[in-house]
Design a protein around this ligand. Structure first.
Ligand SMILES: *Cc1c(COP(=O)(O)O)cnc(C)c1O
Length: 431
């Protein structure tokens, strides 16, 4: 028995079942399809990679297919959810998910595309201010995006990109080191950009503090929220974040490669001089169809849109966003803290009973719930891929990263305490 966050945990099936019975979100599990292995639902802990499919998604997509069949081009105006303003229905609910105002968010494109589009506006290097601070070992797509943006401006990535790493022997970056690095490059710094939740360690950064200090030295602050959106409580507007982008297929359960999101703080929306790669869907909608020369941006984050809405992908996004809107991030995070706390307890309990001197399990994700979301990354010391294979055989889908890290995301929307308990039993038997 251990007390964590004022909660007492027990490594018993009875305890897990009791927690599930008391879980106000328990009914949502039934609203998702679980893949099966050997005829049984898997224990799915990879919602951080691809969220499960809501059972409602098919109907949302089918509706658009039917309306396309019935109306053809007229569906832009006459379908049940007219396609012309289709993206507009996301402004309110998605703003709630990321803590923004509806005019500050737009659903469009895919994550890396949005990162590039936002950097076109918010990475404007000058002779003096040209540096970017980011995390070391950032997600590869982000690394390539930053590198290519720097080169696009004729600069040398080795000089322009400054990476913050965890200290020797530590797994997570220290906020003080991030802030120190910002201060160190103050006058030369153009942009500070981090993953809000690190994809590898699960560390949740102090985005408000980082933004404040970045602004203090005259730099812009942006975040990649691929692992944060729908996972942790965000307050992008109040934190004064300049821009952010995220994908919808991880915690936001909108299907493989589905449409992504972008945030631009209100204070930039009426900046007439902002540089931007424009397309017709960013043009003021009242005059868009005059098809005239001269770009007049929408007064919202929609100004960054290029193309008309990918409705089929957005229909899947809508199915999921409707669920998030019903549940709310507060309830989700409240359960998430308990569920991940339980996961942590179970892993530590199993580890403390391990007989082996050479192998052990180490959770590298921060222990403080304010510095993590639902994901825990476990280093399986002295154990190889065979552990992961055994887990998979026994019906656990978790993410394995070479050489020996297992990333597990107990997702509060559809994972249960019993999932965590059963995972523990399988883990014990696999060691
Ligand atoms: C998942 C993820 C991506 C993926 O980018 P796509 O453009 O959606 O393929 C990029 N960056 C981070 C940090 C991610 O976690």
């Amino acid at each position: 028995m251990t007390t964590i966050y004022n909660m007492q945990y027990h490594n018993t099936l009875e305890f897990a079942k009791q927690q599930d019975a008391n879980d106000p979100l328990r009914k949502y599990r039934e609203q998702f399809y679980f893949p099966q292995i050997n005829g049984r639902d898997v224990i799915y802990f990879t919602g951080n990679s691809l969220g499960l499919q809501p059972k409602s998604t098919q109907d949302y997509i089918l509706r658009e297919l039917e309306d396309w069949a019935s109306f053809g081009v007229e569906g832009h105006f006459h379908s049940r959810n007219p396609w012309m303003p289709y993206h507009e229905q996301f402004a309110e609910p998605v703003a709630k998910i990321v803590g923004a105002k509806p005019n500050e968010v737009v659903v469009m494109n895919q994550l890396t595309v949005n990162l590039h589009l936002l950097m076109v506006s918010f990475y404007r290097p000058t002779k003096k201010r040209y540096k970017i601070i980011c995390e070391g070992k950032a997600f590869p797509s982000d690394q390539y995006a930053l590198e290519s943006q720097v080169k696009f401006h004729g600069l040398d990535p080795d000089k322009a990109i400054v990476e913050v790493h965890a200290r020797e022997g530590e797994h997570n970056m220290r906020t003080e080191d991030i802030l120190f690095t910002i201060e160190q490059h103050a006058d030369e710094l153009a942009l500070v950009i981090f993953g809000g939740v690190n994809y590898y360690t699960g560390q949740l950064l102090e985005m408000d503090t980082i933004t404040k200090v970045a602004h203090g030295v005259g730099a812009i602050a942006g975040f990649d929220l691929a692992h944060a959106a729908g996972n942790v409580k965000l307050n992008l507007h109040d934190w004064n974040v300049d821009f952010a982008c995220w994908c919808s297929y991880k915690y936001l359960n909108s299907g493989p490669g589905s449409v992504a999101g972008a945030f631009v703080h209100e204070r930039h929306l009426n900046d007439k001089n902002i540089s931007r790669f424009a397309g017709w869907w960013g043009h003021d909608k009242s005059t868009r169809f005059k098809m005239e020369k001269g770009f007049a941006p929408m007064p919202t984050a929609e100004a960054w849109q290029l193309s008309n809405a990918p409705v089929l992908s957005m229909a899947a996004h809508k199915a999921s966003v409707d669920i998030f809107n019903e549940v709310g991030m507060d309830a989700l995070v409240a359960k998430s803290e308990k569920l991940t706390g339980y996961f942590e307890f179970i892993v530590n309990d199993i580890n403390s009973n391990l007989k082996s001197q050479i192998s052990n399990l180490e959770i590298i994700t921060p222990k403080d719930k304010n510095h993590r979301g639902c994901q825990l990354s476990i280093v399986a010391h002295g154990l190889g891929k065979s552990l992961h294979d055994k887990l998979t055989e026994a019906g656990v889908i978790a993410d394995w990263r070479e050489p020996n890290v297992i990333r597990c995301a107990p997702v509060p929307l559809y994972n249960s305490f019993e999932d965590v308990y059963r995972f523990g039993e399988i883990l014990k038997n696999s060691l």
